[in-house]
Design a protein around this ligand. Structure first.
Ligand code: IPE
Length: 249
């Protein structure tokens, strides 16, 4: 299925150091620049609030703090609602779905079971919208699942044509802070991303280094972009295959 998957990173819609919100600008950019012809699926990250709650309540796995899990989910869903509303206002049909109903963690591995429901929504013209979540884990009870992992898994299973990661940076930087415009997947491991870019932020799922690790798992044929989603016009360029951010093929 030639779908485009967009991950709206928490770093795009929130400053992970200060908590400052960029939800409105990011929601507006997404709603204005969504591709019109292709099938689109959106995964949203947890952002500063989600990572802070995960850290505060020690939610890397079930810690018998169900109230903390509920609070995490409630707060992440507030962001989903803003993004949904911006898309509805532009005439799109986002359909917020629970990732925990599709994903499970089995023996430490995230798996996605039946995608029929997702495919049905896509075929009917809806834009499934999920956020990073807390699915059932066969060992730990519940575990945090990053939206980056979900996005790559879904891209592989659906045979997506593009996977676009929206962040607060212009792509992957070289050591002189210039954006690397294109790179092969197999060359990603040569980069030494020590997460200097996320130093000082609260990120329980690994920041840019974690993202690149996941991207390396994307199947051949899935073109991956890392773009700045706070900047107007970048999503439109990536979705239409134009040069922007870092393109990983
Ligand atoms: C974080 O998921 C999961 C939590 C619940 C903390 P992501 O890794 O997808 O979130 P962002 O994009 O960094 O905010």
């Amino acid at each position: 299925m030639a779908a485009i998957i967009i991950k709206i990173g928490g770093s795009a819609f929130s400053d992970k150091r200060t908590g400052k919100s960029f939800v409105n600008v990011v929601a507006r950019n997404v709603a204005k620049e969504l591709p019109k012809k292709e099938k689109v699926l959106i995964i949203q990250g947890a952002g500063h609030i989600g990572h802070s709650i995960a850290k505060k309540y020690n939610l890397s796995k079930l810690s018998n703090n169900q109230n903390g899990w509920a609070l995490l989910r409630y707060n992440v869903e507030q962001v989903t609602n803003v993004i949904s509303k911006a898309m509805i206002d532009k005439g799109y049909a986002p359909m917020a779905l629970s990732a925990s109903s599709f994903f499970k963690i089995e023996s430490g591995q995230a798996i996605v079971k039946n995608l029929d429901i997702l495919r049905d929504y896509l075929n009917m013209g809806f834009i499934p919208l999920m956020h990073s979540d807390a699915p059932i884990d066969s060992i730990n009870g519940l575990s945090i699942l990053s939206g980056d992992d979900m996005a790559v898994l879904l891209a592989n299973r659906l045979g997506a044509s593009k996977l676009i990661f929206g962040t607060d940076v212009d792509g992957i930087y070289d050591k002189d802070k210039r954006t690397i415009s294109s790179i092969l997947k197999k060359d990603l491991k040569k980069l030494s991303i020590s997460d200097a870019d996320t130093g000082g932020t609260i990120d329980v799922t690994g920041g840019m280094a974690g993202k690149l690790k996941q991207i390396r798992m994307a199947k051949k044929g899935v073109k991956v972009y890392i773009i700045n989603l706070r900047k107007h016009g970048e999503l439109k360029k990536a979705a239409s295959g134009k040069k922007t951010g870092t393109c990983i093929s």
